[in-house]
Design a protein around this ligand. Structure first.
Ligand SMILES: *Cc1c(COP(=O)(O)O)cnc(C)c1O
Length: 386
């Protein structure tokens, strides 16, 4: 059944693909929801070739069949977290390899490269990929890998994925796109030319803030083998139960994100009109610096809004704390709204000068907009800004 679904997948709509997965591995039961297979080991010689859960499990396969169909590709590998997925790719590089990175990558990606893989001789170079000169670096530095993320965190910079992949593909340099903020519903990195599309399924894909997971999708069978090797060799595998939760969560991704995008675009406009707000960043607003590229490569503007307030650090923090429905917490993408103050939370350990260079000032606030009623969220924001 799995192969039948994947063969047809280009003919199906996104919601259908999110709901229907491949083989359930429980054919004779008629079960509508797949079972959870908590077994650590499997009898030798079983028809599906399972042996030990570190290197594969029916719940991994079920989730992989959904994710590969959503990303229009043959292969997906699932991991214990987004960071495990990043580790899988980084561990397939060798001493001396150079990774050319967007300078505004997710903080834990930066930490992993600089504090862990640097010790093993992996080199990094950081550029602002919104600048045309960054494309020249691909030609002059000839990196072993290019690593981008769009929209970025927390400034929601939009990187032109196709342009970078076109340049990199001419030189056969693989490109990894961290697609966590957009998800396959809003952006298809592999169609734009990327080699690897990485997602922290902890965020929108699961959507209920109750499991951690990561995934890598690709059309390249060699990279797929490397990812499966890393999964078992480094012990990066997820738990069957978390895969089951994420398989359940992804079924409502289109429904959730539809509401979240509607809420976010209305709240972005509300914030932009407010006298206490310096500026608002939202990819589908016409005042976003890369609005044209966003409209080319994304189906919608997403559900994250970043705003700069006309206040100092203490007052910004107090405003975040006073919100009723936006819980002040790290992470994003769940049905419940969250607010993050990067200067005291996600980017607190980043040096002040680096923060300034990246444009992360003390009065910056990032909203992950959830599925609540828009009127309640609007009232909440207006009250907090009073
Ligand atoms: C959260 C996140 C990650 C890491 O994922 P975990 O599941 O928390 O390990 C990687 N990239 C981006 C863009 C993220 O938001």
């Amino acid at each position: 059944m799995a192969s039948k679904i994947n063969n047809r997948s280009h003919l199906q709509g996104f919601s259908t693909k999110a709901i229907h997965h491949g083989e359930s591995f429980a054919k004779d039961t008629g079960t509508v929801m797949p079972p959870i297979f908590p077994s650590s080991t499997f009898a030798h010689g079983n028809p599906n070739g399972f042996d030990y859960t570190r290197s594969g499990n029916p719940n991994f396969k079920i989730l992989e069949s959904v994710l590969s169909s959503l990303e229009n590709c043959e292969f997906a590998s699932v991991f214990a977290s987004g960071v495990s997925a990043i580790t899988a790719i980084a561990s397939s590089m060798k001493t001396g390899d150079l990774v050319l990175c967007e300078e505004n990558l997710y903080g834990c990606t930066v930490r992993l490269f600089e504090k862990v893989f640097h010790k093993f001789g992996l080199r990094t170079s950081w550029v602002d990929f919104t600048q045309p000169s960054a494309l020249n670096k691909i030609n002059t530095l000839e990196p072993a890998m290019i690593w981008i993320e769009s929209p970025t965190n927390p400034l929601l910079k939009i990187i032109n994925i196709k342009k970078i992949c076109d340049t990199a593909n001419k030189k056969q340099i693989p490109v990894t796109v961290d697609n966590t903020f957009a998800t396959a519903l809003l952006q298809q990195p592999l169609d734009l030319g990327a080699t690897l599309s990485l997602t922290s399924t902890t965020k929108y894909i699961n959507g209920h803030s109750d499991a951690l997971g990561g995934a890598i999708c690709t059309r390249d069978s060699e990279w797929h083998e490397r990812m499966n090797f890393a999964q078992k060799a480094l012990g990066l595998q997820p738990s069957p139960f978390d895969c089951w939760l994420i398989t359940r969560g992804v079924k409502t991704l289109p429904l959730r994100l539809d509401r979240q995008v509607k809420n976010a675009s209305a709240l972005a406009d509300l914030l932009a009109r407010h006298p206490l707000v310096n500026w608002v960043r939202y990819p589908f607003r016409s005042d976003h610096p890369q609005n044209n590229i966003a409209k080319q490569q994304m189906n919608a503007g997403g559900a994250i809004i970043t705003a700069s307030l006309k206040t100092d650090l203490i007052k910004t923090y107090a405003i975040c704390k006073s919100l009723q429905y936006f819980t002040m917490a790290e992470s994003l993408g769940g049905v419940e709204s969250l607010v993050c103050h990067p200067a005291t939370m996600t980017h607190a350990s980043v040096k002040a000068e680096t923060r300034t260079h990246l444009g992360i000032d003390d009065s910056l606030v990032r909203f992950s907009v959830g599925c609540e009623d828009l009127t309640d969220l609007s009232t909440d924001l207006n009250n907090a800004l009073e």
